[in-house]
Design a protein around this ligand. Structure first.
Ligand SMILES: [Zn+2]
Length: 380
């Protein structure tokens, strides 16, 4: 079987869509106008991703407020915030360029999603001619909605976590019921959990172990057969062409990450300074049997933060190198991250989100072609 290749999920939203979102928040753009822009952006995303030759596509998350907040709010500006939430929650991340992203704060129970990923997926599948995957958010990210120290009166942390695990399971099951070929869980907070940034209190609390246990509570509800097609995405963040935890050593993260009983992992690697060392760590820590499934390592061969387009030959060479450390039947390729996990993202290093979209499709084309070349060279 050739080496599998798969994107993470998101693409930059076109300038016109970002303008419509701003207008919707300001009350000058109607819901119908916004939906028209989202429909057009989803159709364009799927058509152009299929044109790259990719065996699997997404709608580029063009309807989502962000990879983390899609269940909670219609826009990043806070329009359509779900019940029992206030806007002033914890920082989820502070990025190296100084900007930050904030989560809402839970004010009471019960916790329920207002939008499931499948609500978007159901609209994407009819636009595609081949398999469609869907990314969902990890329970470990949404666990940060609960105040770090305080207890919410009448809704204990344990009650919240039980509701959260139910909602995350439902989010994944609904994707498969809608026809998703694969579902990957975004776990960007995993690496950030090791950062210990005094400006962002939760990062200093050694929460990685709790995160892994919580995510396994969801994964363990799925059979081994189902978990073959459930992945985990790890990265040091990717927003406004900036990262939040690239200085955290993979050696600290990987043993815990591979304790999650997922069937595959989408792993940022193209932007790592010493990739060969990380390939060796992946070979060492990934498991051939994670409670009934082999863990397939999809290594990042494309850097979505960098406007330079990687060549297919560069992609091929990296995969051939990775195959020296990772068994080829457990090797895949991916992008380091989504191309724009947040809906409002001007992609400053690219010049504009529209230019960044064009570049994203060129990069995906190089990944698909380079992966084909590597399969040929490795004889798989
Ligand atoms: Zn990412």
């Amino acid at each position: 079987m050739p080496i599998p290749t798969e994107n993470v999920g998101s693409l930059p939203r076109p300038t016109t869509l970002q303008q419509a979102l701003a207008g919707y928040d300001a009350g000058t753009t109607s819901r119908e106008e916004l939906t028209r822009e989202q429909d057009a952006a989803c159709r364009d995303s799927i058509e152009r991703m299929e044109a790259t030759g990719s065996p699997m596509v997404t709608d580029g998350e063009q309807r989502a407020s962000s990879f983390a907040t899609y269940p909670l709010t219609d826009t990043l500006g806070g329009t359509g915030l779900a019940d029992n939430l206030a806007a002033d929650g914890q920082y989820f991340a502070i990025f190296t360029d100084g900007h930050h992203r904030q989560l809402p704060r839970l004010t009471g129970g019960p916790f329920r999603y207002k939008t499931y990923a499948a609500d978007y997926l159901e609209q994407a599948i009819p636009l595609a001619t081949g398999p469609v995957k869907q990314a969902v958010i990890a329970p470990s990210m949404l666990a940060l909605l609960y105040p770090l120290d305080a207890e919410i009166e009448g809704y204990s942390r344990e009650e919240f976590l039980a509701d959260l695990v139910d909602e995350c399971e439902k989010d994944i099951r609904k994707c498969f019921e809608a026809g998703a070929a694969r579902v990957s869980i975004d776990f960007t907070e995993g690496r950030l959990a090791l950062r210990n940034d005094p400006a962002n209190p939760w990062t200093g609390r050694n929460m990685l172990g709790e995160f892994v246990d919580l995510n396994n509570r969801v994964l363990d509800r799925f059979s081994a057969d189902e978990r073959r097609d459930i992945g985990i995405h790890t990265c040091p963040g990717g927003d406004m062409d900036s990262t939040h935890s690239a200085d955290v050593d993979y050696a600290e993260l990987l043993p815990a990450m591979f304790a999650m009983n997922a069937g595959y992992f989408l792993i940022q690697l193209a932007s790592e300074p010493d990739r060969e060392r990380v390939y060796r760590l992946l070979g060492e820590h990934s498991r051939a049997d994670a409670n009934g499934v082999p863990q397939v390592c999809f290594v990042g061969v494309i850097n979505p933060q960098d406007p330079r387009v990687e060549t297919a030959e560069e992609v091929r060479d990296q995969l051939v190198l990775a195959a020296q450390s990772i068994p080829v039947e457990r090797l895949g390729s991916t992008d380091d991250c989504g191309f724009s996990p947040f809906s409002i993202d001007v992609k400053p290093k690219h010049g504009s989100p529209d230019v960044a979209r064009d570049i994203a499709f060129q990069k995906i084309t190089a990944r698909v072609e380079g992966t084909r070349l590597a399969s040929e060279e490795l004889g798989v």
